[in-house]
Design a protein around this ligand. Structure first.
Ligand code: 5GP
Length: 346
């Protein structure tokens, strides 16, 4: 047994220090980014935010709206091929670049991925997603996937440490998904004691990835637009959102009305709800590692997106970054023991 005594930080442990700025308006800030990738020759430009590949968030309805804003949706892996075909046949070809196809690491997952990509070869982004990106089986699946699709952009995760980021990049990933346990409906830290505070995970994993020419997605733990800004400030190339995009018209989950107020269901992909829905229940040998919650209905997702983008532009003006790309360089975090004043917050 060993103890690392360095303090690791989450979003709530820091704020971004303001800096002198020559920007006179938020309108001068560019949030769009251009990326070239480590293995794939595809280049991409857009707003580097992802809707998470949860069946309540990464829906086709969400993708239709977000793609028009140049924002990614990692489509969840539970749609049928027929549903995929209907969706993609109606989607403008220039919007395909904002769609990532999620897959697990089983034989059936690989076959389904093949079927989706064969039917629509212009889809460029594959997201290989497992809860524990440290397994050898996962690394082998990644290597096979890279062999099979030499020119696709492969996203792989989740991990939280630099050495595993390097291993996955060397095994063929272009972008590493970073985050174990920070998610809003995740109970991994409670059930297993395993995890890593998200801000430190981003800082350490971005350093490892950028050293090799790779990229990272910060996945999980953002609750406010300020957290999204902190994730970018810490070095994330992309930020993935679950809870912040849940509960909208475009999100999955049942809409219920109680006493005239509308609510939507939201649940983790390892929750009992998700496992009952997709794999016929929770297997005896495992525990559910996700929550099921009911959240107030939030209306159209575009409104939330505009709020996040407005917040990000404002962060950039506070630190003098005219482009989102410069935010990390302009970021100095200060450690804090308080965040906002909650006196009038219900
Ligand atoms: P959020 O933005 O809601 O804080 O986090 C979203 C992320 O939580 C997802 O992208 C995924 O990585 C993670 N997640 C989703 N469902 C579950 C679950 O059931 N268990 C765990 N451990 N993580 C989950």
């Amino acid at each position: 047994m060993r103890i690392e005594t360095d303090l690791k930080l989450g979003f709530k442990d820091v704020m971004i220090r303001p800096k002198r700025s020559t920007l006179s308006s938020r309108a001068e800030v560019t949030l769009e980014r251009n990326f070239n990738f480590l293995h794939s020759s595809t280049s991409w430009s857009g707003l580097p935010i992802f809707a998470a590949n949860m069946d309540t968030v990464g829906t086709f309805e969400m993708a239709k709206v977000l793609a028009k804003e140049k924002i990614f949706t990692a489509i969840h892996k539970h749609y049928t091929i027929a549903e995929w075909n209907t969706f993609l046949d109606a989607l403008a070809p220039e919007l395909f670049q904002y769609i990532a196809v999620s897959t697990g690491t089983g034989k059936n997952d690989a076959k389904k991925l093949r079927d989706i990509l064969d039917g629509h070869p212009s889809l460029q982004f594959i997201c290989i997603d497992v809860a524990n990106g440290y397994s050898e089986h996962f690394v082998n699946f990644l290597k096979e996937t890279r062999k099979e699709y030499p020119d696709k952009v492969i996203i792989a995760g989740n991990v939280v440490t630099g050495e595993m980021v390097e291993e996955l990049l060397l095994a063929g990933a272009d972008i590493i998904k970073v985050g174990i346990g920070p998610g809003s409906v995740c109970t991994t830290r409670v059930k297993t004691g395993v995890g890593y505070p998200q801000l430190s995970a981003i800082i350490e994993c971005a350093d490892a990835a950028h050293g090799l020419g790779g990229h990272i997605i910060s996945d999980g733990g953002c609750v406010t637009p300020g957290d999204v800004a902190k994730a970018f400030g810490a070095g994330a190339d992309f930020v993935m959102l679950g809870g912040m995009l849940a509960g909208h018209e475009e999100s999955g989950g049942e809409l219920v009305e109680v006493d005239g107020n509308k609510f939507k269901q939201f649940y983790g992909m390892s929750s009992t709800t998700a496992m009952n829905k997709h794999v016929g229940g929770v297997a005896d040998y495992r525990a559910s590692e996700g929550k099921t919650v009911t959240i107030a209905y939030k209306g159209k997702v575009l409104h939330t997106i505009m709020d996040i983008l407005g917040g990000l532009r404002s962060t950039c003006t506070y630190v003098g970054a005219s482009r989102l790309k410069e935010l990390t360089k302009r970021t100095t975090f200060i450690r804090v023991s308080e965040q906002e004043n909650r006196i009038y917050t219900e």
